[in-house]
Write a protein that binds this ligand. Structure first.
Ligand code: SF4
Length: 502
C-alpha cells in the first residue's frame, strides 16, 4: 500500500498529524494552491501571500529533507489530487482533518480514497470539548480556561492558580496615557520565493481585499519562532496593562502578532503558552501580562475552536436581533469620517491585522449597534483578516462580537457607546464627531446607534441580567431625545455617503 500525504495551507508543521503518522517513511507529499478556492471570497492580498509563500517554503524544506514533494497551482483541488494519485500509484491519501467545516465538505466530495487523521494542532479534541460542554448548563469561557490550565499544568501551583487568582484582568485594561514607548514589531523583508508570490498575487484578476504595497510577515517556522521569541523577550512584560488600548500610529503595541503563524501551523499553541510560562518562571515577568496572554491562547483560541465544532449546523445563520442592514462600502475602503473606524480599517487594508479590541469594540461593536447583517459582517471579517478562518470567525463574530447566537458565547452583548472608544483610545481627538454628543449635528454615530440598539431590542435585552442597569438608563431618557436618536439612526442608513471622507 502506498500512502500519500496531502498537506493543507494551514497545516504547515513537521509535527502535523498526517505527516507524523507516516513516521520515518518518506511518503509522497502534495501541496495544492487552488485558484478556485480563493474565488469563494475576496481574501486579503496579504493573506494570500502569507499562506502561499509559507506553503512554498514548507514544500521546499520537505524536499530538502528528501521527501518526494509535488506542488500544484491549479483551479481546484480534485483534479491535481486525482492525477497525483494515479501517477504515483497511491492507494490512500492521508490528510490531517481540516479545522474548517466547509473544507471538510470539499474533501468529502473528492473521488479519492482519503483518510482523515485527527487534527493535532489544538489542545482540545472535539470529543474532549464535547465532554466538557455536555455536563454544563453554561459554557462560560472562564471555566473552560481554568480546566485547560489544570489539564496542561500551565501557571499552576499544585491545584491552585499561580499567584492565587485565575484571572488578572483587573490589573490590565488600562487606557493609554502619555508617551507609551512601544517596542517595534519584528517584520521581515520578502525573499525571492515571497517576492514571486507577491508578483503572482498582484497579477491575479480575481477580486481581492486590501493592499500589497509592502509585505513584512514571516513565512517560515524559523521566522515564526523568532517572532515568538521577540514577543516573549521584548513585548510580553508590558503586554497586559495596555492590551486593550488603541492609539493612532501605534499599529501593534505590545501584541504578540503570532495569530497568523499559529493559524497556519508554523507555531503550536502549546509551545506558545509554554514559552510564556517559562518567561514568567525564569525571567520573573509580571503575572498579569503572562496570564492575560496565556488566556488569549489557551482560553479564547481553544474555546472558539471547540465551540465551533460543538454548535449545530445552523449556527452560521443565527441572527438573534434580526439585523439586516447591509455593510457599508467604507468597510472596503476605510473612507469614513468616523476616525476610529477610519484608523482601524485603514490599518487592516495595509497589513491585514488589527488587535482584539479594535476588532471587538470598534468593528464588531459598531456592526452590532448599527444593525448590520451578522452573516455579512462574519463574511467581511473572514475576507479582511490575515489570520481569519471559518473556525475563528463563526463563533468570534456571530457569537462574541454580535451576540447573534442569543448568548451561547457571551453573557451579554459587547455593545458600547463612544464612551468606551474615548476612554481606551485617542481616536476621538482627531474626529469630526463629538464623543459626548448623542444628538445634534456633531453627534457621534456610536452614541445614537448604541441607544437606538437598546431601544429597538428592549424585549430581548431587559431580561439579560447584566443589562438591567443600562436598560434603566434607557428608561430614564426623554421621549423627545429618543425620537431624535431614532431619526439619526434611520437617516444614517439612508445616506451613508454623508459619512464618507471627501
Ligand atoms: Fe469614533 Fe465617535 Fe470617537 Fe469619532 S467621536 S472616533 S466616531 S467614537
Amino acid at each position: 500500500m502506498t500512502i500519500g500525504v496531502w498537506i493543507l495551507g494551514n497545516q504547515l508543521n513537521h509535527g502535523q498529524a498526517a505527516l507524523a503518522s507516516v513516521g520515518s517513511q518518506k511518503a509522497p507529499i502534495i501541496f495544492i494552491e487552488s485558484l478556485q478556492h480563493v474565488k469563494v471570497r475576496e481574501y486579503h492580498k496579504q493573506k494570500l501571500v502569507l499562506v502561499w509563500s509559507a506553503m512554498r517554503h514548507f514544500a521546499l524544506e520537505l524536499r530538502q529533507q528528501g521527501y518526494d514533494v509535488t506542488y500544484k497551482i491549479a483551479d481546484d483541488f480534485a483534479e491535481p489530487l486525482t492525477e497525483w494519485v494515479l501517477e504515483n500509484k497511491i492507494s490512500e491519501v492521508w490528510v490531517m482533518a481540516p479545522a474548517d467545516k466547509p473544507f471538510l465538505d470539499i474533501i468529502k466530495n473528492i473521488q479519492c480514497h482519503i483518510t482523515l487523521i485527527p487534527n493535532n494542532h489544538y489542545l482540545w479534541t472535539h470529543e474532549q470539548f464535547a465532554q466538557w460542554a455536555s455536563c454544563r448548563k453554561n459554557l462560560l469561557m472562564e471555566y473552560f480556561y481554568r480546566e485547560g490550565r489544570q489539564r496542561f499544568d500551565i501557571l499552576m501551583n499544585g491545584d491552585k492558580p499561580a499567584g492565587g487568582t485565575w484571572n488578572y484582568d483587573k490589573d490590565n485594561r488600562q487606557p493609554p496615557k502619555g508617551k507609551l514607548n512601544t517596542p517595534p514589531a519584528l517584520w521581515f523583508e520578502p525573499d525571492e520565493i515571497t517576492q514571486e508570490v507577491i508578483n503572482f498575487v498582484n497579477s491575479l484578476t480575481i477580486p481581492t481585499y486590501g493592499k500589497l504595497k509592502e509585505f513584512h510577515w514571516g513565512v517560515t517556522r524559523t521566522q515564526a519562532l523568532e517572532v515568538l521569541d521577540w514577543f516573549v523577550n521584548v513585548r510580553l512584560a508590558n503586554f497586559g496593562p495596555y492590551q486593550d488600548a488603541m492609539v493612532v500610529g501605534e499599529e501593534t503595541m505590545w501584541h504578540a502578532m503570532i495569530s497568523p503563524y499559529i493559524n497556519i501551523g508554523l507555531l503550536h499553541p502549546l509551545e506558545v503558552v509554554q514559552a510564556a510560562e517559562k518567561a514568567y518562571i525564569e525571567n520573573k515577568l509580571p503575572l498579569n501580562s503572562v496570564e492575560g496572554f496565556i488566556r488569549q491562547v489557551m482560553g479564547w483560541r481553544e474555546y472558539m475552536y471547540g465551540l465551533y465544532h460543538y454548535v449545530g449546523a445552523d449556527y452560521p445563520e443565527k441572527n438573534y436581533f434580526n439585523h439586516t442592514e447591509a455593510l457599508p462600502e467604507f468597510f472596503w475602503t476605510g473612507d469614513t469620517k468616523m476616525n476610529c473606524l477610519h484608523q482601524v480599517i485603514s490599518q487592516l487594508l495595509r497589513i491585514g491585522y488589527v488587535h482584539h479590541i479594535q476588532r471587538l469594540m470598534i468593528l464588531s461593536n459598531f456592526s452590532l449597534i448599527a444593525g448590520f447583517s451578522p452573516q455579512q459582517v462574519e463574511s467581511w471579517f473572514h475576507t479582511a483578516f490575515i489570520d481569519a478562518y471559518d473556525w475563528v470567525m463563526q463563533t468570534n463574530v456571530i457569537g462574541m462580537g454580535l451576540f447573534a447566537d442569543g448568548g451561547i458565547v457571551g453573557s451579554k452583548p459587547y455593545a458600547s457607546s463612544a464612551n468606551y472608544v474615548n476612554k481606551m483610545s485617542n481616536y476621538c481627538k482627531g474626529c469630526e464627531y463629538d464623543p459626548k454628543a448623542r444628538t445634534g449635528e456633531k453627534a457621534c454615530p456610536f452614541n445614537y446607534f448604541y441607544w437606538d440598539f437598546l431601544d429597538r431590542n428592549r424585549d430581548k435585552l431587559t431580561n439579560q441580567g447584566r443589562m438591567s442597569f443600562i436598560m434603566k438608563n434607557l428608561d430614564g431618557m426623554s421621549e423627545e431625545e429618543l425620537k431624535a436618536i431614532r431619526k439619526l439612526a434611520r437617516d444614517w442608513h439612508k445616506d451613508t455617503k454623508k459619512y464618507i471622507l471627501n
